[in-house]
Design a protein around this ligand. Structure first.
Ligand code: FAD
Ligand code: SIN
Length: 507
């Protein structure tokens, strides 16, 4: 083990290079700290780079420019708490310090949402001018760009470009943190990581078939305040997911397979909360060329927000497509399930977009079409039951009446008219199924992004000295169901807080 350097020269150590880590790095470097970012994968970006619908903000200039004038942080807060469900009924416990202060975390998230959007747009230069309504939100508040680059990739690359200009920032890829160093008083002092050499980087093939290189690994110890931004465990099917939600076995996932980091943190006393709150997103694409893959590309929720509808195997609508995710997933799982193949549990639901929704989501559809996940069809070539449903729905939208049957309140950009006039028009269809997507549970934390542990008398939650966390690795903020668009937001809001706090501690 390396000898710990004197305190004055200690860097801020960030574990994980998704959005929470990058936001933290940006603030820590801006505050003058040297930043070492450790990433187990061969490339930075984590799940953040795949984010496809956008980031929430209430009361932004982009909402106003789109004619949305009635959004406030209070409305957003109420939506978040309604969506979070039963986990928020623990106020007494929070008052005694036995639980995290969920309401104040939600206050921070929602009150900081507009400034998070403006920080990304004005300081980092990310296009977030387009706003869509996602499930469970009272108004359209999920921001993305107008071009082809999905929001996660736009935000991650924007931040990386800024960070690369800072000499204080050092990114180590293929660097897996395996241990957190604590001193005799339980204070976090640094980490140990395993650095894979070029030839042994994760995901890379040996250079020549007959000249296999042994992966070279080196153990390195690094000392300084530690920020964990190592993501959730929705891709840890046989580890944490099997432990906390064995009932989800067999459901495919939108997350790449990787072990959850929570055990590592629990090892230094971090309290884990809500670990059984796992989000099943209703729409992962079933790729016709690899139907039984346990990994699915997400059919972004904004496809429904911008006008898409969901159809049962019988070609009927069966749910408000803009309900909360848990409600829609449950509705799909209540439909007849085709026989399970290769242990993968999936359903047979069609996502259908009319020409209005197609135009509004063209940037995304280009990618999905390229991947063979959706196809265009003329209305006249659809199943007769589907034509009937499309006509009924088009009639409803055109009439301006309420959707009495399922309660959908906004119809996005749907413009297809009912009846014979639509038969030559093209719609877009793809098969979708519920997918494990996000883990609401994680390490307990507070408004200063400090990781919390149970005090030695077993009572209140108190900070673990030297350890911060932000992003999906944390738990409690979203209760039992996260609203779409709020994960990127939590990464920015609490990542930035963690970066500033740890930089201060590094001084
Ligand atoms: P991540 O971005 O997952 O980054 C964590 C990183 O830590 C990873 O790169 C991982 O390799 C690394 N790591 C883990 N363990 C270690 C270790 N021991 N040592 C070193 N490195 C480690 N949310 C939204 O708000 N809006 C969206 O539109 C949206 N779309 C999504 C689309 C998809 C397909 C997916 C999968 C998720 C989406 N989400 C969306 C959710 C959101 O993207 C994630 O919850 C969020 O990006 C998590 O960010 P993070 O920084 O906490 O973790
Ligand atoms: C999606 O695009 O549907 C995912 C959004 C999210 O998880 O917040």
């Amino acid at each position: 083990m390396a000898t710990a350097p004197p305190d004055a020269s200690r860097p801020v150590i960030i574990v994980g290079s998704g959005l929470a880590g990058l936001a933290a790095a940006h603030e820590a470097a801006k505050a003058g700290a040297t930043v070492h970012m450790l990433e187990r994968g061969p490339k930075p970006g984590g799940n953040s780079i795949k984010a496809s619908s956008g980031i929430n903000g209430a009361g932004t200039q982009f909402q106003r420019a789109s004619g949305i004038l009635n959004d406030t942080s209070d409305l957003f807060r109420n939506d978040t708490i309604r969506s979070a469900g039963f986990r928020f009924q623990t106020r007494k416990e929070a008052a005694t310090g036995n639980d995290i202060d969920r309401e104040s975390l939600v206050d921070t998230l929602t009150k900081s949402s507009a400034s998070a959007i403006h920080w990304l747009a004005d300081e980092i230069g990310v296009d977030l001018t387009v706003v869509a309504a996602l499930g469970g939100h009272s108004v359209a508040r999920t921001h993305r760009g107008a071009g082809k680059t999905p929001p996660g990739a736009a935000i991650v690359t924007g931040l990386l470009q800024k960070l690369e200009q800072r000499p204080e920032f050092k990114l180590h890829t293929s660097a897996r943190v395996t241990q957190i160093h604590v001193d005799g008083e339980g204070r976090v002092r640094g980490v140990r990581y395993v650095q894979k050499s070029e030839g042994g980087r994760e995901g890379q093939q040996p250079r020549r078939e007959n000249q296999e290189e042994e992966p070279k690994e080196e153990q390195v110890d690094l000392y300084g305040p530690v920020i964990f931004t190592a993501g959730g465990f929705a891709g840890d099917a046989h580890g944490q997911l099997a432990r906390y939600r064995p009932d989800l076995a067999g459901l495919p996932s939108t997350n790449e397979a990787r072990p959850g980091p929570h055990g590592l943190m629990a090892g230094v006393g971090a309290e884990l909360i809500d670990m059984d709150s796992v989000q099943v997103h209703p729409t992962g694409f079933v790729d016709p060329s690899d139907a039984n893959s346990p990994y699915k590309i997400l059919a972004a929720e904004m496809l429904r927000g911008e006008g898409g509808i969901l159809l049962s195997p019988q070609g009927r609508r069966f749910v408000n497509e803009l309900e909360r995710r848990d409600v829609i997933s449950e509705a799909i799982m209540g439909l007849p399930q085709p026989a399970t193949e290769q242990g993968i549990k999936q359903w047979d639901v069609t996502l259908l977009l009319d020409p209005g929704a197609i135009d509004a989501t063209a940037g995304h559809l280009g990618f999905y079409t390229f991947k063979g996940l959706v196809e265009k069809k003329k209305v006249k070539d659809l199943d007769p039951a589907v034509i009937e449903t499309v006509d009924r729905y088009a009639e409803l939208v055109a009439s301006g009446r309420d959707d009495d049957e399922f309660g959908r309140r906004t119809f996005g950009h749907w413009r297809l008219v009912p009846g014979e006039a639509n038969r030559e028009e093209e719609v877009c269809v793809g098969r979708v199924t519920p997918v494990v997507h996000f883990t609401m549970g994680g390490v307990a934390f507070d408004n200063k992004a400090r990781v919390l542990r149970r005090a030695s008398d077993g009572g209140a939650l108190v900070p673990v000295s030297g350890l911060w966390a932000a992003g999906e690795v944390t738990g409690g903020l979203h209760g039992d169901n996260r609203l779409g668009g709020s994960s990127l937001l939590e990464c920015v809001v609490f990542g930035r807080v963690a970066g500033r706090e740890a930089a201060e501690a590094a001084k």
